[in-house]
Design a protein around this ligand. Structure first.
Ligand SMILES: Nc1ncnc2c1ncn2[C@@H]1O[C@H](COP(=O)(O)OP(=O)(O)O)[C@@H](O)[C@H]1O
Ligand SMILES: [Mg+2]
Length: 259
């Protein structure tokens, strides 16, 4: 084993708490990712990756703690993501990324940066999303949406009452309208990408979100509204696409004039 390998092992031992997670890490992430984790940690964004919260197709999400014991969420994008082709669909046509080289590694880095920028835009618009804390290459550090040790459940996992559903509808209209006013469309909005913290909804998962001038922005916007209408109907709150769409439009105007 050479010095470099020893150094990486040392980093993993120090930065990843659970041995089982270290195994995932070694299998899924390359040297560069290990160094990126180390660099972000050295900057003080977190100290140790405590445990895996989610292993997805394109990214793994860890709960991490910093020196003062604050919990953070660390989203690490995989380089050998299977959805490579559909990623390009959301990046090509985004003026913010018109100059990126289209090899796999750079596309994943651009994808990560895109999620980070989109979260920042939502933060600046004061929308209910995690606070973005930092990013580098294929790693994003953000506010952890949880209560105690437990990450908050996805909307998908709950059975809200009618009263709660009415409130959630209002909150989601607020989000879509506010994000629209910030010039963006989420493009993967559904009960799978909304966490529930007490009675507050927190929208997550922004890599695929596009600017309004993207050629498919309207299509994605309409699909988001369809997904939300489907969710409410399935959950027992009759909601037509037209009603939701009109609600978002009205809310966007209200927010715009109340600035
Ligand atoms: N900031 C966060 N706080 C707590 N849990 C999170 C956070 N971000 C993501 N998660 C968890 O990780 C899962 C996957 O994250 P997400 O951004 O939706 O990635 P993907 O769906 O692309 O894998 C979420 O469903 C949620 O359970
Ligand atoms: Mg998701």
């Amino acid at each position: 084993m050479d010095f470099e390998d020893e150094f990486e092992e040392e980093i993993l031992r120090h930065r990843v708490r659970q041995e089982s997670d270290r195994k995932i890490f070694e299998k899924v992430f390359d040297k560069q990712t290990i160094m990126t984790i180390h660099q972000l940690a050295t900057k003080g964004l977190f100290d140790v990756l405590e445990h895996v919260i989610s292993t997805g197709k394109e990214a793994h999400v860890f709960a991490a703690t910093d020196d003062s014991g604050n919990t953070r969420a660390v989203k690490i994008f995989k380089k050998e993501t299977t959805d490579f082709k559909s990623m390009a669909d959301y990046i090509v046509g985004d003026v913010r990324f018109k100059d990126i080289r289209k090899d796999r590694r750079n596309l994943v880095f651009a994808w990560t940066k895109k999620e980070y920028k989109n979260i920042i835009a939502a933060n600046n618009a004061r929308l209910s999303v995690p606070l973005a804390l930092g990013h580098k290459d294929n790693v994003i550090v953000m506010e952890y949406i949880g209560e105690g040790d437990e990450p908050c459940p996805k909307l998908k996992e709950l059975k809200p009452t009618k009263e709660e559903l009415l409130d959630y509808k209002r909150q989601l209209i607020d989000f879509v309208a506010g994000f629209y006013n910030a010039g963006l469309v989420h493009a993967d909005l559904s009960e799978y990408n909304v966490l529930v913290k007490g009675n507050r909804l927190v929208v997550i998962d922004f890599a695929q979100a596009v600017l309004l001038n993207h050629q498919k922005a309207r299509e994605f916007f309409e699909r988001d509204v369809v997904n939300l209408a489907n969710y409410f109907n399935k959950s027992g709150l009759e909601t037509s696409y037209e009603e939701l769409y009109a609600g978002i439009k009205t809310r966007a105007k209200e927010l715009e004039t109340s600035k």
